[in-house]
Design a protein around this ligand. Structure first.
Ligand SMILES: *Cc1c(COP(=O)(O)O)cnc(C)c1O
Length: 376
């Protein structure tokens, strides 16, 4: 699915040297590399504050803690996403409210958000799934009307853009009150272990969050709030510093591979290719293709998975079970008719290999193998 080795080979000398330098420096925790990476990511994203932390799940949790969400507060998020998003809501004693998604973008459905709002609703967590921005104009407007926080789960879309109605291009993760990301190795900007970060333009929130990631300490050994221990280590930070300057070209390589996949599948019955995020008015929501996900119609999707695997092609089903049907997150308040889209998507989606090192020969072999199966 991903070729981390091929990508590493191209930056090996620099990465190896910087990792050895960190080891020599012995500044393993909160060292200068972490601070430098923070500054460089702030500049790249055009956001006032980046607070690095240990992983993308912590980033979401800490963002919610920083906003002061309290047990019983309802938080609306998508039914079709990785479990981390709903997990932290539940872990903090908040009430997750899962809603359906849009069948084209795979992102949270704006009408479903509106329907789910109650007097207890405090926040919306849009996930920019597979690298495509959610409908942020509408989500920010709903949040403004109902006085809700917006926490963007940007784990799959770092480096992507959202183009607003007025034509402004904003980096995903910097539009809501707070954004979070993950530097898990297979993410678009991945380190060689776990890592994550929180983004915000709000000075007070940034201050609160900086304390929370470090045991609630704002002054050494003075614990003003209940915090956690969630840090990005210096070795991961130095690897991320080596990779950040390549992020745009990594995302470009993903977009180019996606374009070739889509061209190869054009006109093939039973295959729906993913939207690239651009609409007829040429407003381009820059998809960064964390995943390239097809919907297959009139086809046994699981048999297709098996067929690809037999031909040596890795593929993935993201995600096979809607969150509202997971044992941990089932809730008697949910009605099946409110999840028509996710219930359908889990049967139809299949994600093809997507990374920065895909070549034409591989794409040709993958697309031909898929086409042979669906048209047989
Ligand atoms: C990967 C991911 C996370 C969690 O990130 P970790 O670094 O693995 O904790 C959260 N949300 C989404 C949508 C993700 O894809």
């Amino acid at each position: 699915m991903v070729d981390l080795k091929g990508q590493y080979e191209k930056i090996k000398d620099q990465v190896n040297k910087s990792v050895l330098d960190v080891i020599e420096s012995t500044a393993y925790i909160n060292g200068p590399e972490v601070h430098q990476f923070q500054k460089e990511l702030e500049e790249y994203l055009g956001v006032k504050h980046v607070i690095p932390c240990a992983n993308g799940t912590d980033a979401l949790q800490i963002a919610m803690m920083g906003l002061g969400l309290q047990p019983g507060d309802e938080v609306i998020t998508a039914d079709f996403t990785f479990a981390a998003t709903v997990e932290v809501i539940a872990l903090l004693g908040l009430t997750p409210v899962l809603v359906d998604v849009d069948p084209e973008s795979f992102n949270i459905d704006v009408e479903a958000i509106k329907k789910a709002i109650t007097p207890k609703t405090k926040a919306i967590v849009p996930v920019h799934l597979f690298g495509l921005a959610a409908n942020m104009d509408e989500i920010m407007e709903i949040a403004r009307q109902h006085n809700l926080f917006v926490i963007e789960d940007n784990a799959q879309a770092i480096g992507g853009y959202y183009t607003t109605k007025t034509g402004k291009k904003l980096k995903t993760g910097t539009i809501g009150d707070v954004g979070s990301t993950s530097f898990f190795p297979s993410k678009n900007l991945g380190c060689y272990g776990d890592g994550g970060a929180i983004f915000t333009n709000n000075d007070d929130l940034a201050h609160t969050v900086r304390g929370i990631v470090n045991h609630g300490m704002y002054k050494r050994y003075h614990h003003d709030v209940v915090g956690v221990n969630s840090r990005l280590d210096s070795i991961q930070a130095t690897i991320l510093r080596a990779k950040l300057p390549h992020l745009d070209s990594y995302n470009k390589a993903r977009r180019e591979a996606a374009k070739k996949y889509t061209e190869a599948f054009s006109g093939i019955e039973n295959i729906c290719t993913p939207s690239c995020g651009c609409d007829a008015q040429h407003s381009c929501n820059c998809h960064v293709f964390h995943q390239y996900t097809l919907k297959v119609k009139n086809t046994d999707r699981d048999a297709l998975v098996q067929h690809l695997n037999e031909n040596g092609i890795p593929c993935g089903v993201y995600y096979p079970i809607p969150l509202h049907l997971q044992k941990a997150y089932a809730d008697s308040r949910y009605k099946e008719e409110d999840f028509m889209i996710t219930n359908q998507l889990v049967k139809e989606v299949i994600s093809l290999p997507m990374h920065t090192e895909l070549d034409d020969e591989q794409i040709q072999f993958i697309t031909q193998t898929v086409i042979n199966f669906v048209t047989k």
